[in-house]
Design a protein around this ligand. Structure first.
Ligand code: CA
Length: 371
């Protein structure tokens, strides 16, 4: 079995979307005519990761065996490491790895989760991840949006503040008022999480963390800058609420650094680091060190589905899977996009990721890279 072609392209969901708001896909074909589909991080339209794939990876893996995906991942990471492993390169390799797992499943006639060793659960609860709750969104608007998302029957809700990372602590009073109002809206027993999106200083984070403890929030995500690993660990050790981080960790070693600093819940993202292979390694790491692995995942279809496969295989799934705000990216180009039924996603049983591509829709929305 040999890889014959690697395609890299964006998907433009709406005519008005600029190149930086598109999805970024990678499709790997092999010599029996089948293909696997993966996705890289869509930050800035994934253009840099797609360019790395197109110019530095695609030709290099033609002729390779797609079942050698882990060897290919590690060889390419080390060969291209001076492009900077923390971001665009690791995301490029994540997308490639997801595509190769999809292809592997099709070649072997099994869903990815079965190739990973089997599922602990085939129905997966989710939490609604609601962004943009900082200024200028009003408190009443926050409540209206939270109330609307409850209709999806999530098992928890996370309110994100998407703070300005260069203006720390400025809106703490507003954030705390909104956290209190959301708690009052959903009642004392409904699980809530709070995502600071790196918006606080360590002391500001401590103030907010104490309030979240009083309000019974489940976890407190990325309270300080992601590169302040030690400060994140110190907060995690001082607060009784679970402090989480990791969506901006791009290597297994970086996730290990967070855990060693004292963080007890890590959130690497399957389209940003390692793909399915990388998440398997993070699962082993977290299990060995006694940390919770709760993958970050905000992409609606390929990333979400790949994440479901890995989440189903986790021994200790302590939190539900993330489901981002409704998006125009959501369901186009797939005939069977994942949709929750009564608050649960059902694990696909078809080979590979189990996504059925609507080829005509994909051809219509596909945008080739320049050059
Ligand atoms: Ca987050």
């Amino acid at each position: 079995m040999k890889i014959t072609r690697v395609e890299t392209f964006q998907v433009q969901w709406r005519p008005e979307d600029p190149p930086t708001s598109r999805s970024a896909f990678v499709r790997v074909w092999c010599d029996d005519g089948r293909s696997g589909l993966g996705e890289v991080s869509p930050m800035q339209g994934g253009l840099i990761s797609l360019t790395i794939l197109k110019h530095h990876i695609a030709q290099a893996i033609v002729g390779a065996d797609p079942l050698d995906h882990a060897v290919l991942h590690d060889r390419l990471l080390h060969r291209l490491v001076k492009l900077g492993p923390e971001g665009a390169l690791s995301s490029a390799l994540a997308g490639l790895d997801i595509a190769l797992w999809d292809l592997k499943g099709q070649l072997l006639g099994q869903p990815v989760w079965r190739l990973l060793g089997g599922a602990w659960r085939t129905e997966l609860p989710f939490y609604s991840s609601i962004g943009g709750n900082g200024a200028p969104r009003s408190l009443s608007e926050v409540l209206r949006i939270v109330e609307a998302r409850l209709a999806d029957k999530p098992s928890a809700i996370k309110i994100r503040f998407d703070n300005d990372r260069v203006d720390l602590d400025g809106d703490i009073a507003d954030h705390v008022a909104k956290a209190r109002a959301v708690r009052k809206l959903v009642g004392d027993d409904f699980p809530l999480a709070f995502d600071a999106n790196n918006g606080y200083s360590p002391s500001g984070a401590m103030r907010v963390g104490r309030v979240l403890e009083e309000l019974g929030y489940w976890w407190f995500e990325e309270p300080v800058q992601h590169y302040h690993v030690r400060a994140t660990g110190e907060l995690a050790q001082k607060l009784s609420i679970t402090v989480s981080a990791g969506e901006q960790s791009y290597t297994t070693a970086a996730v290990a650094d967070l855990i060693h600093a004292g963080v007890r819940m890590v959130q690497p993202d399957i389209v940003k680091m390692g793909g399915i292979t990388g998440m398997q390694r993070c699962a082993a790491l977290a299990q060995a060190l006694g940390a919770e692995l709760v993958p970050h995942q905000t992409q609606p279809t390929i990333g979400h589905t790949a994440n479901l496969h890995i989440a189903a295989t986790l021994l200790h799934a302590t939190k539900p899977c993330e489901l981002n705000d409704p998006s125009p990216r959501m369901h186009a180009v797939f005939a069977n996009p994942p949709k929750p039924v009564n608050g649960l996603f059902h694990l696909p049983t078809a080979p590979g990721l189990g996504l059925v591509i609507d080829e005509s829709a994909l051809a219509r929305l596909r945008v080739e890279l320049p050059g």
